[in-house]
Design a protein around this ligand. Structure first.
Ligand SMILES: [Mg+2]
Length: 414
């Protein structure tokens, strides 16, 4: 079996509302590049990659010739073909490798008649539990609804998600407003939904001192962990020595070199595995094995996803015995998806792992065409910019917080 073709389509799929974060905003939609690999015997494997748009498509065009004729089952060789660690100093293709690996595993599953989870080691669970992943949000540019800025709006939003999807773990994405304000928001969640568990993630924009203060202030809550309170393994280590929570990261342990450093000199307790950031599903499974050996916790991280990438997160989540935390997904913020059957459904806060061969998802061609047209209409968006604050740049540690009293809404193409 050989790779005979590689195609990409960039789509722009609407979110219910723009999601604010420490570095800027998802401007009311996700721009994702869908990858299709076709084999010489007519199988089509699916992959997905975030951001980029035209630049992502250009990267895939550039590697197409190298991939043609490659056997999709030779996944270790693929790693060196696309992301040799020293050659990657010149061309970092980790995320590209991930999208290609997804597609190759999708092909192998179809060829062998098994779900990808069975190739990755076999399921230990049929459903993967998710956290609510709460964001501060601007209002939907079309309807004016959906803003999350005040404590009351946050509680109302969390309650609605909890009732609709069944979430019992709640992650609040912070780093937008001053830490004192976000502490009040997080505490309010704890008071309202005290039987659930919580995690807070300011995207690494605090100082060590702020992080220690915050960690001590939330000591009485049922915290899964405190996620990336500061940037850098040494900063995390200093915080870890002085707060009562476990610390988690998806920013400073995202490859095996960093994982080794963290094993030898521990700064982080829980490694959040991202099928894109780590270069595929198989690296996540390998890393989970290292974490099991060294008694590090693991989670499934979300860097934004449509149904194809969500399927990779579900197959990985299904096979990791040491996964003891609800996974993260932006998925419930999406207004639609590009897979057949529409958005996957949550039940009691969990999503069933697809049963079909391969990833178990297929593209809805009409939806892909519709959202490819949306991408042509709207183009990309700057993830690291705030549409309400032109010229604003976040520092690390940051001091340029948004004002929680500012109720203005940005004008966003939507
Ligand atoms: Mg994070």
């Amino acid at each position: 079996m050989k790779i005979a073709d590689l195609r990409t389509t960039t789509v722009s799929v609407p979110l219910e509302a723009p999601l604010r974060h420490a570095n800027g905003c998802h401007w009311g939609r996700f721009v994702r590049t869908l990858v299709e690999i076709e084999t010489d015997d007519g199988l089509i494997g699916l992959g997905e990659m975030g951001g980029g748009g035209e630049s992502a498509e250009a990267v895939f065009r550039a590697i197409r010739e190298q991939l043609l004729g490659h056997d999709p089952s030779r996944l270790e060789e693929l790693r060196f073909l696309l992301a040799n660690p020293t050659a990657s100093l010149y061309n970092n293709r980790t995320q590209v490798l991930a999208a290609i690996e997804f597609a190759c595993l999708d092909i192998l599953g179809q060829r062998w008649g098994v779900p990808v989870s069975e190739i990755l080691g076999g399921r230990v669970r049929e459903r993967v539990e998710f956290a609510s992943y709460l964001f501060f949000r601007y209002a939907n540019p079309r309807t004016g609804a959906g803003e999350v800025r005040t404590v009351e709006q946050l509680i109302e939003h969390a309650r609605a998600l909890r009732e609709r999807y069944g979430f019992r773990a709640h992650k609040l994405k912070g780093g937008v407003f001053p830490p004192e304000y976000e502490l009040a928001c997080y505490r309010a969640l704890g008071e309202e939904f005290g039987e659930d568990s919580f995690r807070f993630d300011p995207n690494a924009v605090w100082s060590v001192g702020e992080a220690i203060w915050f960690g001590r202030e939330i000591a009485g809550m049922k915290n899964d962990y405190l996620e990336d309170p500061v940037y850098g393994l040494e900063g995390m280590r200093q915080v870890r020595e002085r707060v009562p929570q476990l610390l988690a990261t998806n920013t400073v342990v995202v490859n095996f070199e960093q994982l080794a450093a963290n094993v030898l000199r521990r700064g982080v307790d829980v490694i959040l595995l991202d099928t894109t950031f780590w270069g595929g599903m198989r690296p996540c499974v390998k890393a989970a094995g290292v974490c099991e050996t060294f008694q590090l916790g693991i989670g499934v991280h979300s860097s934004g996803e449509l149904g194809v990438q969500l399927a990779t997160m579900l197959h990985v989540g299904a096979v990791l015995p040491n996964l003891r935390y609800a996974a993260d997904a932006h998925y419930h913020h999406l207004a639609d998806d590009v897979i057949e059957g529409g958005k996957m459904r949550y039940e009691d806060g969990a999503i069933k792992v697809p049963d079909g061969p391969g990833l178990g998802v297929k593209l809805d061609r009409e939806k892909v065409a519709q959202y490819a047209e949306e991408y042509r209409r709207l183009g990309g968006y700057p993830y690291d910019k705030d549409p309400l604050r032109p010229g604003w740049v976040a520092l690390i540690p940051n001091e340029r917080w948004a004002d929680p009293a500012d109720a203005r809404q940005p004008r966003i193409p939507y």
